[in-house]
Design a protein around this ligand. Structure first.
Ligand code: SF4
Length: 485
């Protein structure tokens, strides 16, 4: 049990994330009274001649450690920048009191709730690279291995970011269906229906929305298109073909990626449709190449079907095939993960994405209140050794992100052979390009690079409501993209 007391309750969520780096508790209550049992962190912000954040750690009602973080008063007036500064002070104080008490170093230091590569690039722009490196090392206490991951990715991304044009737009199309539900899945996906009626209504709504936004799309330069899910190949050939036909009418020449995902949904007809639509990139995802793990996580396909569908996709001549893997699956050892990484490498997959298992609230594991299946140090080794193996095989990490509730608070990293990077994956993480997103729960972003502002609208998550209110969904996107015109 651990609780938080703070005089800045607006930072409660951020402070909880710092605590979770050290104490594996999902529920961390915010309270006014010091609990008599378990841990409690009291955070106090003070404003005198300077600012200061003091974090005090208690165990069973008794103080066991304290850390104060003083800093100079600021002239900054911008409310967003002020909040960022104060939040930073609060997080650093809480991180350091816990780090001192538990004595454990954290690979990502106190960095939570930010995209590390985007944050590093922002620091380089605001100051310079030297100062960005200093802050990552000394202020946020990120270790050298993670720092080299971040700088390596930022360098690989640099030409892609430099090439962004003023009228560039990415398009995302979400198909929130899948044929069953994996134990770790928290994606917004419905299991496909027996008669396929819901999927058909959904695709018709999607096409209608695209038609309503056709004029907006025509004004833009389409940089990349990504069809994701759920599992886009979970719907039938006719419906998939309708979506791909509409997409190709918007743009030829843009990067096109289709996440086929589950091997058991892939058919030669679907691959033919995807290839004929001009997609160069496809995902065929095993998550692991250990048969017994597939059963535990409820993926309902075999390893042999992954190999078979991978080879089938290869025979269609795609430029880049991605395979997703997950570190930290139940019952898996480091050797199991290395076998999976080696298998994907030996297949010649141009992209290999190594995720770390995140136990999210909406997943079966989350609802069962499952704890992680590997400890922090094992997760760290798994991630490090898969990186070494892939880098030694000629792959480069080219995008990454972190999520809440990940094993060992690690990260997800996409690796690519040089020249095989997926532009969309870079754009979605780095937020330098606007994204027009179609589909239930899909987030459209308008990026104003000069004004350094990002505005968003998110499609209704419920598939039925999304279908029924499709004009409103389209209207929200039109409003978003006409803002300030
Ligand atoms: S295949 Fe993907 S979308 Fe489908 S249930 Fe598993 S994780 Fe979720």
């Amino acid at each position: 049990m651990v609780a938080i007391l703070t005089n800045r309750p607006e930072f409660y969520a951020d402070l909880s994330e710092e605590i979770r780096l050290f104490i594996d508790e999902r529920k961390i209550p915010l309270t006014d009274t010091l609990p008599e049992e378990g841990y409690a962190v009291r955070h106090v912000f003070r404003e005198d001649l300077s600012y200061s954040d003091t974090a005090t750690l208690y165990l069973d009602g008794v103080q066991v450690s304290e850390y104060s973080f003083p800093y100079e008063k600021t002239e900054i007036q911008d409310p967003v920048a002020r909040t960022r500064l104060f939040k930073h002070g609060a997080k650093v104080a809480v991180f350091r009191v816990l780090r001192d008490y538990f004595g454990s170093e954290k690979a990502w230091g106190s960095l939570t709730g930010v995209r590390p590569t985007k944050f590093f690039r922002d620091l380089c722009r605001r100051y310079d690279r030297k100062e960005a490196l200093r802050q990552f090392r000394e202020v946020y206490e990120v270790n050298e291995e993670k720092l080299s991951l971040v700088t390596g990715i930022v360098d690989v991304q640099e030409p892609f970011i430099r090439s962004v044009g003023k009228e560039d737009l990415d398009i995302y199309v979400g198909i929130p269906f899948c044929t069953s539900r994996c134990a770790y899945c928290s994606f917004l996906s419905s299991v496909t229906t027996r008669d396929g009626r819901l999927e058909e209504e959904y695709v018709k709504a999607l096409l209608k929305e695209m038609e309503l936004l056709r004029d907006l799309i025509k004004e833009k330069h389409i940089r990349s298109i990504y069809v994701g899910g759920g599992t886009p190949t979970a719907i039938n050939e006719t419906l998939l073909g309708m979506i791909l036909e509409r997409i190709t009418s918007f743009s030829s020449g843009a990067e096109l990626t289709v996440e086929a995902g589950r091997p058991d949904t892939i058919t030669p007809e679907k691959l033919r449709l995807i290839k004929d639509a001009g997609a160069g990139r496809i995902s065929v995802n095993p998550q692991t190449t250990c048969e017994r793990t597939l059963e535990i996580i409820g993926r309902k396909h075999s390893i042999s079907s992954f190999f078979e569908k991978y080879e089938l996709a290869r025979s269609f001549g795609f430029d880049a095939i991605n395979t997703d893997l997950i570190a930290g699956l139940p019952g898996e050892t480091e050797e199991d993960l290395m076998k999976s990484v080696t298998d994907c490498r030996d297949l010649g997959a141009e992209n290999i994405t190594v995720h770390t298992l995140a136990i999210k609230k909406g997943s079966r594991f989350g609802m069962q209140n499952a704890h992680h299946f590997v400890d922090e140090k094992t997760a760290e080794r798994m991630v490090l050794h898969s990186r070494e193996l892939l880098e030694n095989s000629g792959y480069r990490p080219y995008y990454m992100y972190r999520q809440k509730y990940m094993a060992g608070n690690m990260e997800n990293t996409g690796y690519a052979l040089p020249g095989k990077e997926c532009i969309y994956n870079i754009d979605i993480m780095e937020e330098e390009v606007s994204i027009l997103a179609f589909g239930a729960g899909a987030a459209s972003k308008r990026v104003d690079r000069e004004g350094k502002k990002i505005s968003r609208t998110i499609g209704l998550k419920d598939v039925r409501q999304y279908i029924d209110r499709i004009e409103e969904m389209a209207g929200n996107k039109l409003d978003l993209f006409s803002e300030g015109k």
